[in-house]
Design a protein around this ligand. Structure first.
Ligand code: AHR
Length: 492
């Protein structure tokens, strides 16, 4: 048995809804043959966007979507993706399988997608192989309301009104695929590029600088020191790799030892965020600058028989646990972490949706994101759960439980708890301080550790109602099955 203590008097930061964001990249079948099928497709669509996918993302309450990459952003030239499609320039997607990119999905299509989903766009600009003028003109194209060369061009292309982008990334992974820069050099480049990213009228930019890879604390130190005053956010990329880059392991065929290796990798997010926060706190003690975890998630070997450059992987209950535990970590750090974007939306790494022709499945990760939606824009409250170390190998022991809790505007309490054990259920006695529940409602995502949805059995794993929560004198009591992510909402 473990005690869970939730103190509703201990109100902390707002959990920015954008923590529940996602990332769409021109990579494999994320955009083409994923969300975008084109207007002529027999698959039901609106302006080329699959209606079934848009509906699912609306239901998941997707708040923000990053585009066009990733490494793809580092070689993307936005002018190639505007105007009549038949005139758009071809390019080779050198990062992802050397496929020919026809640029039929560009700026206008991305904003249309966000409009249909009802989410906010986050555009990532090209520092690696682009120019300052090119970036500056893209912003003028998207945001200037009036007569100007770029605003006129936008109107000629069918959109007289500005698109009004707010979140803008000045470079991606400039320590790697974005130019192999040193942090000192990038900090100067950031300052130069960001200088020409103009605010137009009411359209004020939230400029996001390229931040560190995982635990590269020197990058954060240097960029904060040299360019901190010029940014609104600093990005962080951290992927969970089960073994190493050459052997990432199968997404579906794994044993208990690989289960715990993956959990250990995912829980490292806590240590990594805390490490970067400590540095940021020295340069920005009032926490003006947001930490934006704009790439995260599980990265496994590609599904056998698929293009290695497309990074297509399946998604099991293990991914559900990684999503649930990581989102709990972000909630706890929401004073500094104000956006996160899991990679990638469809058909790539830890995707929420997979497609095969006209078929579509929602992954276990999708169900966790949807189940956690009540945390969006709610207030984090203090919580503590008693944990035990578990695992099959002495050097790979992890905490068995993960939790977070929030109060929404109506005063409803949402608690999310994960049981990371792949063998043992756990009884939880929850003490609720300052909260007497009149009613509770709960949902769970659970199953065998390697359960996943297929196009033949799309509902092997889904969120199901959970009636195992009882109200006690102190609060709540329930037993969490092994491999489970639970959401409880209590009303006064
Ligand atoms: O998500 C795949 C790639 O991982 C992204 O394009 C890049 O930014 C990161 O290295």
């Amino acid at each position: 048995m473990s005690k869970l203590v939730i103190n509703t008097y201990d109100k902390r930061s707002r959990i920015d809804k954008n923590i529940y964001g996602n990332f769409s990249e021109h990579l494999g079948r994320c955009i083409y043959n994923g969300i975008y099928v084109g207007e002529g497709s027999p698959i039901p669509n609106e302006a080329g966007m699959r209606t079934d996918i848009v509906k699912a993302l609306r239901e998941m309450k997707l708040p923000v979507l990053r585009w066009p990459g990733g490494c793809f952003a580092d070689e993307y030239h936005w002018r190639d993706g505007i105007g009549p499609k038949e005139n758009r320039k071809l390019m080779v997607n050198t990062n992802w399988g050397d496929v020919t990119e026809d640029n039929s999905f560009g700026t206008h299509e991305f904003f249309e997608l966000c409009r249909q989903i009802g989410c906010e766009p986050y555009i990532n600009g090209n520092v690696g192989s682009g120019t300052v003028a090119e970036m500056s003109e893209w912003i003028e194209y998207m945001n200037f309301d009036g007569t100007s060369p770029m605003a006129n061009l936008r109107a000629e292309n069918g959109h007289p009104e500005p698109f009004g982008v707010r979140f803008f990334g000045v470079g991606n992974e400039n320590w790697g695929c974005g130019g192999s820069m040193r942090p000192e050099y990038y900090a100067d480049e950031y300052r130069r590029f960001a200088n020409f990213c103009r605010n137009y009228g009411e359209h004020r930019l939230f400029k996001i600088a390229c931040g560190p890879n995982a635990d590269d604390y020197n990058w954060t130190e240097t960029v904060m020191k040299l360019a901190g005053h010029h940014m609104s956010g600093l990005s962080l990329h951290y992927y969970t790799i089960c073994h190493n880059w050459d052997h990432k392991g199968s997404a579906t065929a794994f044993d208990e030892s690989e289960w715990y290796l993956t959990m250990k990798g995912a829980l490292r997010m806590e240590e990594i965020i805390s490490g970067h926060e400590r540095i940021m706190d020295r340069y920005d003690p009032h926490r003006r600058i947001a930490l934006i975890v704009d790439e995260w998630g599980n990265w496994f070997d590609v599904e056998p028989g698929t293009n290695p450059g497309f990074l297509y992987q399946q998604n099991t209950i293990r991914d559900a646990l990684v999503a649930g535990a990581t989102l709990n970590i972000f909630n706890h750090h929401s004073e500094r972490v104000r956006m996160a974007n899991i990679a990638q939306l469809i058909n790539v790494l830890q995707s929420v949706i997979l497609t095969d022709g006209e078929k579509m499945i929602l992954t276990p990760t999708y169900h966790v994101f949807k189940m956690y939606a009540p945390h969006q824009d709610a207030t984090l409250v203090g919580s503590f759960i008693e944990k035990e170390k578990i695992g099959v190998e002495e050097k790979v022991r992890v905490d068995d439980l993960s939790e977070s809790a929030s109060l929404d505007a109506e005063g409803n309490l949402t608690i999310t708890v994960c049981n990371l054990s792949c063998t043992d259920a756990k009884k939880i006695e929850a003490v609720l301080v300052g909260f007497k529940p009149a009613s509770v409602d709960a949902e769970i995502v659970t199953g065998k550790m390697d359960a996943f949805n297929t196009f033949e059995s799309p509902e092997n794993v889904k969120a199901e109602p959970f009636d195992g929560v009882s109200v006690t004198d102190e609060g709540l009591s329930f037993t969490l099955p092994e491999c489970s992510v639970l959401r409880i909402t209590a009303k006064r």
